[in-house]
Design a protein around this ligand. Structure first.
Ligand SMILES: [Zn+2]
Length: 103
């Protein structure tokens, strides 16, 4: 099992419970639903309080992403966080990735 650390609350969780954020070249933080984007990623719970925690302590995010400059988290929508990590319908495995855990 892959364990990741949430950049919002600092707690560790399996990657199935988190979603991935990637720093785009433009300096913006984007949600990587398919966990397939290139670049450094950070992991966050699908929880608005974790998103707020991340925005409030950008130092942790900068360290995680090894970013020098400020990270634009303003484009990250709370709705994206609340809808959860994988907007993938069950049974749909377009990329051939088996859904390993079903909880
Ligand atoms: Zn968290």
């Amino acid at each position: 099992m892959s364990i990741r650390t949430c950049v919002g609350c600092g707690q560790r969780a399996s990657r199935e419970q988190l979603f991935r954020l990637v720093l785009a070249e433009t300096g913006r933080l984007v949600v990587d639903y398919q966990t397939s984007l290139h670049g450094r990623g950070a992991w966050l719970h699908p929880d608005p309080s974790c998103l707020r925690g991340m925005v409030k302590s950008p130092g942790r995010l900068n360290r995680t992403l090894r970013a020098d400059g400020p990270i634009d988290t303003g484009t990250l929508q709370l709705e994206e966080v609340e809808t959860g990590p994988r907007p993938r319908k069950s049974g749909l495995e377009a990329d051939g990735h088996p859904m390993s855990t079903q909880r």
